[in-house]
Write a new protein. Structure first.
Length: 289
């Protein structure tokens, strides 16, 4: 649906984006992460056709809807007028129906007559999303869509983004909110001028930290750590009532580990795959870079 191939962008002597390649697929949320100045917004602007790459190509199937970091509404116009201008620019007909459909889809039809200046930041973001998606583009680029929003407004925007994925849109999301990425992203790319990594959150965790099983026991865990080494589980960490065990496959290893511990007298409280927060994965990737 969208393919970026060897994208490079220079601003004078400064290399902002260096040889970036990835594909964006229908029905997925692809999160682009990176520190300030990493080239995320420059990459989005190249994908949207707002600036040309110094070298490299972008191939797109269908139109693009682009939500920039700031909503950029005309504050002296009403909500309806803001969308009407864009509906006409896109050549949508009939204009009123296209605008009403977008306002309804994003829950702001009742604010159609309000001036944009009168809206809260969360409502402005809803209107900006409605405007970006007026022409029902298959590809959606979102730059910090929940930045500065209160928790309720941020949740509302996340639900709207998930709805886009469910309807088959390809969504590229730039954000610093790693908790948000953890909740909604199907794949993650880490950018620092160049792409450091691209994969699912689970695959990146396994790559950086390996797979581990977390077992909580009813007694101090250190008493049972030695039971596992003779059976091939050499990397076992004990802390309080918790054992952290390196495994190849948590689901396959769990029954055998539980059986060994129970046979050794342990009371099992819980067993779960141990997952490092995405923040730790992200920071480790940047450190390696």
């Amino acid at each position: 649906m969208l393919s970026a191939s060897h994208l490079t962008r220079r601003f004078g002597d400064r290399l902002a984006v260096d040889d970036v390649s990835f594909d964006l697929r229908p029905g997925e949320i692809f999160a682009l992460l990176g520190p300030n100045g990493a080239g995320k917004t420059t990459t989005l602007r190249m994908l949207a056709g707002l600036i040309a790459p110094t070298s490299g190509t972008v191939l797109r199937e269908g139109g693009i809807g682009f939500l920039t970091e700031t909503p950029g509404l005309w504050e002296r116009l009403t909500v309806r007028q803001n969308l009407t201008v864009y509906a006409r620019l896109h050549g949508l007909t009939p204009v009123d129906r296209a605008v009403d459909e977008a306002l309804t889809a994003f829950g702001v039809l009742d604010r159609a007559r309000d001036l944009a200046a009168q809206l809260s930041k969360g409502l402005k973001q809803r209107v900006a999303l409605a405007r970006a998606l007026l022409h029902k583009p298959p590809i959606v680029l979102l730059d910090e869509p929940t930045a500065g929003l209160d928790p309720q407004s941020a949740r509302d925007v996340r639900e709207l983004v998930l709805g886009l994925r469910d309807r088959g849109h390809a969504v590229l999301l730039c954000t610093h909110n790693l908790d948000e990425v953890e909740r909604i992203a199907d794949r993650v790319a880490v950018l620092r001028g160049r792409l450091i990594a691209v994969d699912t959150p689970g695959a990146l965790r396994a790559r950086m930290f390996g797979a581990r099983l977390r077992v909580v026991t009813a007694q101090p865990a250190a008493a049972f750590a030695g039971l596992l080494a003779p059976h091939g589980f050499a990397d076992v960490l004990a802390e309080g009532e918790t054992l952290s065990i390196a495994v190849d496959d948590p689901a396959a290893a769990a029954p055998r580990i539980v059986r060994l511990l129970v046979d050794g007298g342990a009371g099992i409280v819980s067993v779960a795959a141990e997952e490092q927060p995405l923040e730790q994965v992200y920071l480790r990737l940047l450190e390696e870079r």
